[in-house]
Every structure is written in C-alpha cells, then in structure tokens.
Design a protein. Structure first.
Ligand SMILES: O=c1[nH]cnc2c1ncn2[C@@H]1O[C@H](CO)[C@@H](O)[C@H]1O
Ligand SMILES: [Zn+2]
Length: 370
C-alpha cells in the first residue's frame, strides 16, 4: 500500500494555548445544539416552558441525558432547545450568541445547521425563520468583527429525515442562496430513515447546482453512506464514521480499503467527524474514549477528515476542546491541526475564491504565528 503524508507528525503535541489560539473551521454545527444553558433557562422562563433541571444544572443535564449510547435518545434532548427557539427574537438571539461563542473560540468560518420546519409553532413562516436566524448571524458577525475576532458564517437548512418536508426545505435553500444560506442537510434518526427518502429534494438541488451534505454512517452503516453518495449525490458526509466497516484492518499488508471506502478517499469526499458526539451515541462499537475513534486511522489513511462539535451544548464541548481531545489521544501537533482545518475550509460551501482567501490570508498565517 502506498504511504500517505498525513500521518501524525513527530512534532511536539500542540499546547492548550496553541489549540485555543489556532484558527478553526466548523462545518458540522447544529444551531439548536449550541444554545447557551443560561439562554435556554431565560427564554424558557419567559415563555413558560418547563425544563428538566434548574438553570445552574442545565448544562450538565444536557450532557448527561445525551450520553445514553443511543442516537434517538440523544435527539430527545433537543425538545428543550427547539421549544425556546419559536419566536423570531429568540431565533435571532440564539444565532447571534452562537456566532459570538464560536468567534471567541477562534472559529473563523462556520456553517450553522438547523431545521426550519421545527420552528413554526409560534406562528412564523418558513422564510421568516430563515430571516430571523440571518438577522442574528449578521449582528453576531458585526459584534465579533468589532471585538477583533472576525468570522464568516453561513446557514445550512436541514430537513428532518423522518418527516416529508425535504423538497420544501430544499426550495427554501435555493430561495435564500444569495441571502446567507449556503446549503442543505438531512438529520434526525438514521436507522429506518435512509437518505433515499429525500431523493426528490436532492435531485432538485442538483438541478439547481446547490450544495448539500447528508448525515450518514452515524447510527447506520455502509448502505446509508452508499446511498448518500451514489444515489443522492452528497457533497459531504455528516459523520461517516461507519466507513470503517469497509476497511479490513486484519489484512497482512496493512489496512485494505473496500470499493466504497476507496471511492470516498479517491474523490476526496469530506467527512464531518464529531468525536465527542460519536462517543455519546456509541456510533462505533466498543469506543470508550476519543483514542478509540476511527478519526486517527482515517487521517492516517488520507481521507479528507474534518473536526467538528456537532452539538456544543449536548456534548459540553467547543472546537478547541475537540481539537485538544485529539491532541491528547493522538499526540497531534499544530501541523496536524492545520491539516484538519485546511481540509474543512477546502470543503466549505463557500465560493472557491473566498475559501482560498480564508486559507491563504487567515488560516495559514495564523498557524505560522502560533
Ligand atoms: O448528530 C446528529 N445526528 C442526527 N441528527 C442530529 C444530530 N444532531 C442534531 N440532530 C438533529 O438535527 C436537528 C436540526 O439541527 C436537531 O433538532 C436534531 O434533531
Ligand atoms: Zn449532526
């Protein structure tokens, strides 16, 4: 097997201070999974929504309740964040605070995904929800710029895979493509809801030359990944960890890739990996810590791997913390972290020239100065 140049470097592990200062790129970040606990408590009180824990225990409650080892149970916790995101001002507030929190953590580019169809209970229309989130993003970006931490942010509109709004949400993506929306996604319980259920939406988006990612290979295996890529035409894979099912680790001459794993590596299809989230939902059997996560192997094999939080609230995490967990588990140095970050920026749903500018004018110089 040919060697790759991406293995963990022999350089010193990055220090916590370097990890914090490093510029980061967040491609897989749920807006309703990154609400500040204090904001959940504050809005819940205003609207009379009953919460399962006292305000000062709420962060812990989410992390604990989301750690059951099952994706459907992990997703149940979103009931409380979605409940406090039904008014335009609350959608805007949550979006603004997310942008500020990401920028303060060193994130220079983020795509925030959320499902508009889950935010209609207060009487907003689909376009109104998108505009409310965009107003919050714009405010957050202006404030972050004034604080010296500029950040570029796009919205990804998600359709829930168990529901039937895929085409409608895809149309919303195209309608708002020049007003802050950079792509589409499907999320929710994966087992029992294959990507193909939303084929009409994906075919529409391809006709419109629009971008999309699909949660696949998180709570279901290779058929889900295969469908997402070969039937639906996904640009990227949300998680995709189960691609390891197509890699033979026992082969005498080193790991041997099956046809699907080879295709994904050869085509440089980005994997949006979320180590802490995957631990909580037991996405990979027998994973006890981040050191057991396939991200180390997939990086060594040269897949286009990126690092993400998925849900900062449910995982009690940040981009810096996810990076630090990888440093602790695999000994990564700043060159490795830069490789993940450049991979993510190359894979962003942003015009090519703008991606290049962020890589050359922001990411590389800031890594060089660490
Ligand atoms: O990792 C995940 N896998 C599948 N679905 C998810 C994940 N994280 C969040 N959501 C789902 O996506 C919706 C829109 O943001 C959330 O409400 C949650 O139900
Ligand atoms: Zn996700």
């Amino acid at each position: 097997m040919t060697s790759t140049s991406t293995s963990a470097t022999t350089a010193k592990p990055a220090t916590p201070e370097q990890v914090l200062r490093a510029p980061k790129v967040a491609l897989h970040e749920h807006l309703d999974g990154g609400v500040r606990p204090a904001t959940v408590a504050d809005i819940a009180e205003q609207i009379g929504h009953e919460l399962p824990a006292a305000p000062d225990q709420l962060g812990l409650w989410f992390a604990d309740a989301a750690s059951s080892g099952s994706l459907p149970r992990y997703l149940e916790t979103f009931e409380h964040t979605v409940a406090v995101m039904q008014r335009a001002e609350d959608l805007a507030r949550v979006a603004k605070e997310s942008v500020l929190d990401l920028a303060a953590d060193g994130v220079v580019y983020a795509e925030l995904r959320w499902a508009p169809e889950q935010h209609l209970a207060g009487g907003l229309s689909l376009p109104e929800t998108v505009e409310a989130v965009q107003a919050g993003i714009d405010e957050g970006r202006a404030e972050a710029r004034a604080e010296g931490t500029p950040i570029v942010v796009g919205q990804l509109l998600t359709a829930m895979r168990h529901a039937q709004h895929g085409l409608e949400i895809a149309e919303l993506v195209v309608q708002y493509r020049d007003r802050g929306v950079c792509g589409f996604d499907i999320a929710g319980a994966e087992d029992g809801f294959p990507p193909i259920l939303h084929l009409e939406a994906f075919e529409y988006l391809r006709r419109e030359n629009a971008h999309f990612t699909i949660h696949a290979g998180e709570a279901f295996g290779l058929p889900s990944i295969w469908q997402a890529i070969q039937r639906c035409g996904a640009d990227r894979l949300g998680h995709g960890v189960r691609i390891i099912d197509d890699i033979d680790l026992a082969a005498a001459d080193g790991p041997r890739l099956g046809r699907l794993a080879s295709y994904i590596r050869d085509k440089r299809i980005p994997l949006e990996m979320c180590p802490s989230s995957n631990l909580q939902t037991s996405a990979v059997p027998n994973m006890r810590s981040v050191a057991d996560h396939p991200i180390g192997l997939l990086k060594d094999l040269g897949f286009r791997v990126t690092v993400n939080c998925d849900n900062r609230l449910m995982s009690g995490t940040t981009m810096s913390r996810e990076m630090q967990l990888l440093v602790d588990a695999f000994g990564y140095g700043t060159d490795d972290l830069r490789w993940f970050t450049v991979n993510a920026m190359k894979s962003a749903f942003l015009p090519f020239d703008e991606r290049l500018a962020l890589i050359n004018d922001v990411i590389k110089p800031r890594y060089a100065a660490l």
